[in-house]
Write a protein that binds this ligand. Structure first.
Ligand code: FAD
Ligand code: 2HG
Ligand code: ZN
Length: 516
């Protein structure tokens, strides 16, 4: 969990006068202090991080966000912006008693332009609701993730969420065209534009994409909304090694080319967990017990009547032929292509719902890393080896740091190490599932090992989930000190009193460490 939580900063404590000021801005109903509201906003999706906020504020307009921040900044009250609270690094919940600013009432889709292929919406719009609104106009959102039923566009932008179709759409740094942001003192930055081209100096919006609520509160988002495919095909192939999974990716890039929307993988341990945990999940290839599986999604556009356009039926034939050719050349052991939308969605679920299956299985240590594609799975193997070594060492008399921690008693035989992720993006999700709960001995085996190993490969310790409360003290594994210092100076520009999402993203300065 990245060690002990950061000590509380020198922020003001919430008073009745503050609550009265918030009621003046929002009305009584939207200043929540009841146990139910506070429980829900104080704890994260994984139930790993828990804060102690005394109030949840629910603004409905940018002017209200601005008035709230103006008050908090003047008073020195810390604030954590919260979207759908599906984040996986503890960024969206308080660490201590920060005020929670929930964005769910700001959920309108403001405009859709099918000709330009753009959409403008409020930050609290749930991704799936936006997707439905766009689908009705023959369009789609430029990202998709397993949390779509709950996560919000503002949260997606603030984490620079990657998701399942980054292979097609690229990152939000490219898809977001404009933002409206309220900075710490209540200043509203109107950066909402739907222009494709706008070279008028510094591209300020980029700073807020992936800032995890530490620089400002995102209130509106303008982004690209590509054409919705007229048909998609999902295939799952069983492969005999991770090298074959990479070979299949290489092959897909050349043979499926522009149609490729997603290229994902999961290992046997992930499949078994999903099959044993989620109701209705079925082995896609029951005759094969493969160590790895790859999932592809391909899209077809148009109805086949235009020049160069193909029908969905022809596109599906092409995918089937590709899967056959992988088998013939020994790259894949077996493969299946979704017969219809229901079958395709069942295949996707095997990959998309691994996180949900893990949640059912108990506590989980999550590592979300970018690595050179060929070496991605080595981290999973090395983590398993390390765990196995610590188990055997803990029964002997060894006194190494990790061993002595481990021997303080967690049952390593119950711990499982899973590897899956966005193979097409070089993004591994290493998950270590511990049915008996979080344990300092287990954590000592995993950290800082995972971060150091990733840094040695010049990878990133956060590919897509962000830094949050989990990794500020690990940031130096992916950024040099000069870059971290530049980030601190940017923070001072937009939030000089440091009230916005303190304890997240930026590591404390060494002097701050010493003085505490
Ligand atoms: P929250 O969790 O509420 O907040 C996340 C961060 O953004 C916090 O730091 C918060 O302070 C800040 N924030 C939220 N809203 C605002 C705002 N309006 N203005 C400023 N700051 C704000 N992530 C991926 O990248 N790819 C995936 O494939 C993926 N799959 C997931 C699957 C599941 C089942 C789950 C539970 C999570 C998954 N995630 C994934 C992680 C998570 O869904 C994303 O990080 C998502 O973008 C978070 O959105 P949210 O609205 O829930 O934000
Ligand atoms: C995914 O790709 C998400 O499924 C979640 O990013 C990954 O839970 C995780 O580790
Ligand atoms: Zn992911």
């Amino acid at each position: 969990m990245g060690g002990d939580p950061a000590p509380r900063g020198d922020f003001a404590v919430l008073t009745d006068a503050d609550l009265a000021a918030f009621r003046e801005i929002l009305g009584d109903d939207n200043v929540r202090t009841d146990a139910r509201s506070l429980d829900a906003c104080n704890e994260d999706w994984m139930r790993k991080y828990r804060g102690n906020a005394g109030v949840l504020l629910l603004p409905a307009r940018t002017s209200q966000v601005s008035a709230i921040l103006r008050h908090c900044n003047a008073r020195g009250l810390a604030v954590v912006p919260q979207g759908g609270n599906t984040g996986l690094v503890g960024g969206g919940v308080p660490v201590h008693d920060e005020i929670v600013l929930g964005m769910r009432r700001m959920n309108a889709v403001l405009s859709v332009d099918p000709v330009a292929g753009t959409v403008v919406c409020e930050a609290g719009c749930v991704l799936e609701d936006l997707e439905h609104a766009l689908n009705a106009r023959g369009m789609t959102a430029p990202l998709d993730l397993g949390a779509k039923g709950r996560c919000q566009i503002g949260g997606n932008v603030s984490t620079n969420a990657g998701g399942l179709r980054l292979v097609r759409h690229g990152s939000l740094h490219g898809s977001v065209l404009g933002l409206e942001v309220v900075t710490a003192d209540g200043t509203v930055l109107d950066l909402v534009r739907t222009l494709r081209k706008d070279n008028t100096g510094y591209d300020l919006k980029q700073l807020f994409i992936g800032a995890e609520g530490t620089l400002g509160v995102v209130t509106k988002v303008a982004m690209l909304a590509p054409r919705k495919p007229t048909g998609v095909d999902v295939a799952v192939c069983a492969v005999g090694s991770f090298a074959d999974a990479v070979a299949a990716l290489r092959d897909a890039r050349t043979k499926l080319g522009d149609c490729l929307q997603a290229f994902e993988f999961f290992d046997r341990a992930s499949l078994e967990l999903v099959l044993s945990t989620l109701r209705g999940a079925r082995d896609p290839l029951p005759k094969t017990k493969a160590p790895f599986y790859v999932v592809t999604e391909t899209a077809v556009f148009g109805d086949g009547s235009g020049k160069g356009s193909v029908t969905h039926r022809a596109a599906r034939r092409r995918v089937r032929a590709w899967v056959r050719s992988l088998r013939k050349r020994g790259v894949a052991i077996d493969g299946v292509v979704g017969e219809d939308a229901k079958h395709a969605s069942a295949l996707w679920n095997l990959r998309e719902r691994i996180s949900v299956a893990l949640k059912h299985a108990g506590a989980v240590y999550k590592y979300d890393v970018s690595l050179p594609t060929e070496r991605m799975y080595d981290l999973v193997v090395e983590t398993r080896n390390r765990l196995a070594a610590s188990t055997s060492a803990s029964t002997s008399t060894s006194t190494s740091a990790s061993t002595s921690a481990a021997s303080t008693s967690f049952d390593a035989s119950k711990v499982s190490v899973l590897g899956y992720g966005h193979l097409g993006d070089g993004n591994l999700h290493l998950n270590v599932s511990s049915p008996d709960g979080y344990h300092p001995g287990l954590e000592a085996i995993l950290e800082p090992f995972v971060y150091q190993w990733t840094a040695e490969q010049r990878g990133s310790i956060s590919a897509e989930h962000g830094v949050g409360a989990m990794k500020p003290r690990e940031l130096a594994h992916s950024k040099d000190e000069a870059s971290i210092e530049a980030m601190r100076r940017v923070k001072e520009v937009f939030d000089p009193r440091g009230i916005l999402n303190p304890y997240k993203v930026l590591p404390p300065r060494l002097t701050e460490h010493r003085s505490k």
